[in-house]
Design a protein around this ligand. Structure first.
Ligand SMILES: [Zn+2]
Length: 421
């Protein structure tokens, strides 16, 4: 990453320094200079500004050999915070994280069902509670990262034949960002779960050193996120990565999107639930299946066989289209399940991914972390503050919201500067 010594690009430079400290922890000024190509003086001015705003701190000296001791800079974990919310069909998870990626608080709120007209109120209440209980001032919150259940329809036209729940979900996705933003006056970033977790892996996790990767989140539906040159690809209108609606079998199983043969109908966790329930002629919940694998082994084995060809096609399409450094597979499902999921896909279908010498396997399991999804949601505002320009946010996010997470950082800085004058 190259910085620029012009005054006009102060925001870019501030962001660059925060970005380095987020990913690398404690770093001496000289190392920042090496990585950004900024002059010593520019770095000194910028770090002063960040220090006064309480966003970074100086750590003790590190002595290397007999040379002069060097001061290390690191993020001040209490300098800024972010709220993550994941809405599931019968549960809301909410957490507050600091800018260094450490969890401050985590709560679960059971939900009978999602009601479109009440959700924004509930979320507002949860956010206020999180700030109050943890004594965190709103000025220090960069934004709210929100992950909603995936809506499985593409058309804007309401289809009366679909269940009320699906219609409501559609309404929610469209309105909740704006409603919550109006109520709480903080930036609200809505992304699919794969992008949320991918942002976390890019900043704090396994993918720190990768320039390009695809993150697949195996849930009730299969979502993907594309990271190119360390940036999350945001589709038109903020929608991308609906891998579960890739058609893998023409005239295959009917999907809620209106098409036939979508990958979701074969390899998602809801497909597994449906498959075993159908065989046993009774409704079995996914948690029951994953928690009692031995009991369901016979059916599980058949499902793995059933889904493998469809998922191979999915992986093959991603490789041929994107040819990223690797594909990472994450999920709420346990590790043994994901390991087996990957195993049954081997051998993978031939693709461009096998052309050159590979540094990483073609498909790898995400490291175990049961809080991965909620941490991902909370990382979104930090990720957007430090990497994405406002114009790179989706069209809708641009038009409706005056403030973005980076504006919150600038406000923190300016507020402190005024206070000092
Ligand atoms: Zn579909």
């Amino acid at each position: 990453m190259r910085g620029t010594n012009s005054q006009y690009n102060k925001t870019t430079n501030l962001r660059l320094i925060l970005n380095i400290l987020t990913k690398q922890g404690a770093v001496p000024r000289i190392e920042i200079a090496k990585q950004t190509y900024l002059t010593k003086q520019t770095i000194s001015n910028l770090t002063d500004t960040l220090d006064k705003a309480g966003l970074i701190q100086e750590l003790g000296v590190k002595r290397k050999g007999v040379g002069k001791p060097t001061t290390q800079l690191s993020l001040n974990p209490n300098g800024a915070y972010s709220i993550g919310i994941r809405v599931r069909s019968t549960l809301i998870e909410a957490a507050i994280y600091n800018i260094a990626g450490q969890q401050i608080a985590y709560h679960r709120f059971p939900l009978e069902r999602i009601e479109a007209d009440k959700l924004a109120d509930i979320l507002e209440e949860i956010c206020n509670m999180l700030m109050l209980k943890n004594h965190i001032d709103k000025t220090k919150i960069l934004g709210i990262g929100l992950v909603l259940p995936a809506s499985n329809r593409f058309s804007q036209v309401k289809d009366k034949s679909l269940s009320k729940d699906i219609l409501e979900l559609e309404e929610i996705s469209k309105n909740i960002q704006k409603q919550l933003n109006d109520k709480i006056e903080l930036p609200v970033i809505v992304e699919n779960i794969a992008s949320a977790v991918a942002s976390k892996e890019t900043f704090y996790g396994a993918a720190k050193d990768l320039k390009s990767f695809v993150y697949i989140y195996l849930g009730h539906s299969i979502d993907a996120s594309f990271i190119f040159d360390k940036n999350i690809f945001i589709g038109y209108n903020g929608v991308a990565g609906r891998l579960g609606h890739l058609i893998v079998e023409t005239d295959g199983r009917e999907c809620s999107c209106g098409n036939y043969g979508c990958l979701n109908q074969y390899a998602s966790l809801s497909a597994l639930e449906k498959y075993i329930s159908k065989r046993l002629k009774t409704q079995i919940k996914i948690a029951d299946i994953l928690g009692n694998a031995e009991k369901y082994e016979k059916h599980l084995a058949l499902w793995f066989e059933d889904m493998s060809e469809a998922m191979r096609v999915g992986i093959n399409s991603l490789e041929n289209l994107f040819n990223a450094e690797t594909i990472i597979l994450g999920s709420d499902a346990p590790d043994w399940f994901l390991d087996r999921f990957i195993r049954v896909l081997r051998p993978f279908l031939p693709s461009v991914a096998q052309y050159s010498n590979r540094a990483l396997p073609r498909l790898i399991r995400a490291p175990s972390d049961e809080k991965s999804a909620i941490k991902g949601a909370a990382t979104l505002p930090i990720y957007f503050a430090l990497t994405q320009d406002k114009q790179q946010l989706s069209t809708e996010q641009n038009e409706d919201f005056l403030e973005s997470p980076i504006d919150r950082i600038i406000a923190l800085i300016e507020h402190k500067q005024k206070a000092i004058v």
